[in-house]
Design a protein around this ligand. Structure first.
Ligand SMILES: Cc1cn([C@H]2C[C@H](O)[C@@H](COP(=O)(O)OP(=O)(O)O)O2)c(=O)[nH]c1=O
Length: 204
C-alpha cells in the first residue's frame, strides 16, 4: 500500500488517481482508495439539515471523534476491497492525517492516544508520500475550487502538524506542475512497488 498525505489542496487526490493509473499502465493491479468522510462531509450534512451550527455544537472533541470513526470505516473499506482483489492500494490520505487533524485542532493528548489506538490495526504503508506545498499555494488552489474549504489558519496549523507528526514519510515538492509532481512521486513509488512484486514472486 502506498499513501499520499498533505494539507488540503496539496494535490493528494490528483496525484493518487494519477499514480493508480500509472501503476495499472505498468501492469500492476492498483486501486485508488479515498479516505473520505471527514470534517467537510460532516459540514455538508450539517448544512443540508439546515444546522450551520451543528458542527460547532458537536464540539471539537466530539467532532473529531465522529470524524475519526468515519475515516476509520472509509480506510477499512478501501483496504479490504484492495486485499480482496489482490491490488496495491493507493490511499488518498492515510492514518497520519487524523493525528495531524487532532494536533492542528489542539485536540489534546487523550484524543491523540485514542485515535492512535483506533488506527493501530491498520497495516503500515510501504511508502508514505508527503506532498509538500506551502499553505498559501494550497489555499489559492482550494479557493479556486470554490467548494467548502479550510481557512488559511487551519492550513498553516496542519502544515506545521504534518512536519511534526511525520517522521517516516518521503517529502515530495508538490508545488510544481502536476506532470512534474507525478514524475517525482513515481520515482519514489516505483522502486518500492517493484521490490514488493519481486518478493511476492519469490525472486528476492
Ligand atoms: C495538483 C494541483 C491541483 N490543483 C487544483 C485541483 C483541485 O481543485 C485543487 C486541490 O487539488 P486536489 O488534488 O484535490 O488536492 P487535495 O486532495 O490534497 O485536497 O487544486 C491545481 O490547481 N494545481 C495543481 O497542481
Amino acid at each position: 500500500m502506498v499513501a499520499l498525505v498533505g494539507i488540503d489542496g496539496s494535490g493528494k487526490t490528483t496525484q493518487a488517481i494519477r499514480l493508480a493509473a500509472a501503476l495499472c499502465a505498468a501492469g500492476v493491479t492498483a486501486r485508488y482508495g479515498r479516505n473520505a468522510g471527514g470534517r467537510r462531509f460532516l459540514g455538508r450534512v450539517a448544512r443540508k439539515l439546515g444546522r450551520d451550527d451543528a458542527v460547532s455544537l458537536l464540539g471539537r472533541r466530539g467532532l473529531l471523534t465522529v470524524e475519526a470513526v468515519l475515516r476509520w470505516l472509509a480506510i477499512a473499506r478501501s483496504l479490504v476491497t484492495a486485499r480482496l482483489t489482490g491490488a496495491t492500494a493507493v490511499m488518498d490520505r492515510y492514518t497520519p492525517c487524523q493525528l495531524v487533524s487532532i494536533r492542528a485542532h489542539d485536540g489534546g493528548k487523550w484524543l491523540a492516544r485514542t485515535v492512535r489506538a483506533a488506527y493501530a490495526p491498520f497495516p503500515r504503508a510501504a511508502v508514505i508520500i508527503f506532498l509538500d506545498v506551502p499553505p498559501e499555494v494550497a489555499y489559492h488552489r482550494v479557493e479556486q475550487r470554490g467548494e467548502d474549504h479550510e481557512d488559511i489558519e487551519y492550513l498553516n496549523a496542519s502544515y506545521a502538524a504534518y512536519k511534526d507528526v511525520l517522521s517516516d514519510a518521503v517529502h515530495v515538492d508538490g508545488s510544481g506542475d502536476p506532470d512534474a509532481v507525478a514524475q517525482a512521486v513515481w520515482a519514489v513509488v516505483w522502486p518500492v512497488v517493484k521490490r514488493g512484486l519481486a518478493v511476492d514472486a519469490g525472486l528476492s
